[in-house]
Design a binder for this molecule. Structure first.
Ligand code: BTN
Length: 264
């Protein structure tokens, strides 16, 4: 498939017909930066910047969960961060809400169902297409969350490092077409705005949607919690305490996203 001239992100184009209430009132696009999360952090002092969305065509120090690096060639992905100031939701529910919002935004253009692998991976046909990094940054008397999102759009298999080629994918690969990143950016902002409002009004809606998109619910999960291994059947999600496992020992236990790494 030949790739057209890069569909460069442009705040004015993203804002056309964007009818969101909170997210994307201000949109910034950087050509190149260390990490969009770092840029969002610089705006966190002023509460009028709540809902700011920062995009970058390229990151020189993109980061993922658990200290991993997040690599993407220039203009191949959606790389963005959302700044939330004094949000009423807790980190666990925010993480669920963003997973649902990103899965819905990614699912439509790829014409297949995106699924959620708790806590922060979005999968297409079983392979990771997007990741979410939620950073809590308490500033004096404000509660700040910066939510970084990376969505693989134009990558082909060989663009991923050898060790990721069996487990990573892009929307272009799965849809056999070329993703319009501006359209996807608009869908993403709309979806986040919608699901954040839903979560504030009735968190059960988000939980129900998460349950319908989860690949782990009803299945065996093995994880590391504070470095210790646990295994059991996933029976649900708690909006404050995280993933619920019916452990092999018979006990029922919850695992929060910040201290957990999924092994299988
Ligand atoms: C993960 O799956 O480990 C989370 C990856 C999050 C990557 C995005 S790209 C935009 C934002 N800026 C960063 O440095 N990281 C997030």
């Amino acid at each position: 498939m030949t790739r057209p001239a890069p569909d460069l992100l442009d705040p004015d184009k993203i804002k056309v017909n964007l009818k969101t209430k909170r997210i994307g009132r201000e949109i910034l696009v950087y050509n190149r930066t260390s990490s969009t999360n770092d840029i969002a952090d610089r705006y966190a002092r002023d509460k009028r910047n709540d809902g700011l969305v920062v995009f970058a065509e390229e990151q020189t120090a993109g980061r993922g969960r658990a200290g991993n690096k997040w690599h993407s060639k220039r203009s191949d992905s959606i790389l963005c961060s959302i700044l939330l100031i004094n949000d009423i939701l807790n980190a666990e529910l925010l993480s669920l809400t963003f997973a649902v919002a990103v899965a819905e935004a990614v699912g439509k253009p790829s014409r297949s169902h995106a699924k959620i692998k708790w806590p922060n991976d979005i999968l297409l046909n079983g392979k990771k297409v997007a990741g979410i990094l939620l950073e809590a940054k308490p500033h004096k008397n404000k509660k700040i969350f910066i939510v970084g999102i990376g969505i693989n759009c134009h990558q082909q298999k060989n663009d991923f490092p050898a060790e990721l080629q069996q487990t990573a994918t892009s929307i272009d690969i799965e849809s056999h077409s070329v993703t319009d990143r501006i359209h996807l950016a608009k869908r993403l902002i709309g979806s986040i705005d919608h699901w954040l409002e839903s979560s504030e009004q009735n968190k059960q809606q988000v939980i129900d949607r998460w349950r319908s998109l989860s690949i782990q619910l009803g299945h065996r999960v093995t994880l590391l919690f504070d470095g210790k291994k646990f295994a059991g059947n996933c029976t649900g999600i708690d909006p404050e305490k995280g993933l619920i496992l019916h452990l092999d020992s018979g006990a029922i236990r919850m695992f929060d996203a910040a201290h957990t790494t999924i092994s299988k």
